[in-house]
Design a protein around this ligand. Structure first.
Ligand SMILES: [Zn+2]
Length: 260
């Protein structure tokens, strides 16, 4: 009788162990660091702007919990925007990771409610007859007013875009092309939102997770712009290109955060 009970307890413990291991993300089997010889930097976030928090020697095996999109890196193994999240929450670029099996699953980024990126009137619409290539809406945000992420996501762009060569730290003009200082956020379903003409370098870096409503930067008139405002775009896929731009007015209304 005692022996039977002990056996039963043993099998319960084994079942519990199996359930326990099934409950955590499966690590990619046999992943190893492959560099040109030097150590691989481990960073606090999925970007070269992340703080270096350690290194892994060439050839070291590593446990990847999941992958997150961040800064594109050209490494020894591949060119990729994928960063591998390690068990301790730190990141290495997947460009330097060799593995025999498939890529690990994407890290979960919690979806959030949508919010207005700025509280301002609509000055200009999406692809109007007068401006058929206008892939977003212009919101009359005052200079230095906060520009917020329309929903949670990962920052995929935070840079100065202007041509011909010109500073984004001064007022732009209609004679220039480009978004000026701008940010793009990739949301969990790969919707991308774009925020243009910021007054100075954005408050966020590529690879940084942001919450819905988090301040990305401040409104200005850098790049192709004649007065302070926020040019806001919504794209239904990543990367954001003209072909996947949609009218932000019905999109935001359908997501409970009407513009204007
Ligand atoms: Zn515009």
């Amino acid at each position: 009788m005692a022996r039977a009970r002990r056996l039963a307890l043993t099998s319960i413990a084994a079942v519990a162990l199996l359930l326990g291991s099934a409950g955590v993300a499966q690590a990619a089997p046999g992943a190893t660091v492959r560099t040109e010889g030097g150590p691989l930097k481990v960073r606090s976030g999925p970007s070269r702007s992340g703080v270096i928090v350690g290194t892994l020697p060439n050839g070291a095996s590593l446990t990847v919990v999941c992958q997150q999109n961040g800064q594109q890196i050209t490494g020894v193994v591949r060119t990729t925007t994928a960063w591998d999240k390690l068990g301790d929450g730190r990141f290495v670029s997947d460009a330097y990771v060799n593995r025999p099996g498939p890529a690990p699953a994407a890290c979960a980024v919690a979806a959030s409610a949508w919010v207005r990126p700025t509280d301002a009137a609509i000055w200009g619409g999406f692809r109007t007859p007068r401006n058929p290539h206008h892939d977003g809406v212009d919101l009359g945000a005052q200079r230095n007013s906060p520009v917020r992420a329309a929903a949670a996501g990962i920052v995929v762009t935070a840079e100065c875009n202007v041509s011909p060569t010109h500073s984004c730290d001064v007022d732009g003009s209609p004679a220039l092309a480009g978004c000026g200082w701008y940010v793009e956020v990739r949301h969990p379903d790969s919707t991308v939102t774009r925020y243009c003409h910021l007054i100075r370098r954005p408050q966020v870096n590529v690879g940084q997770p942001v919450a819905g409503g988090q301040v990305l930067g401040f409104a200005g008139t850098s790049g192709n712009s004649s007065a302070p405002h926020l040019h806001f775009e919504v794209h239904t896929g990543y990367p954001a290109v003209s072909a996947n731009a949609v009218d932000p007015v019905p999109f935001m209304a359908a997501h409970g955060a009407p513009l204007g």
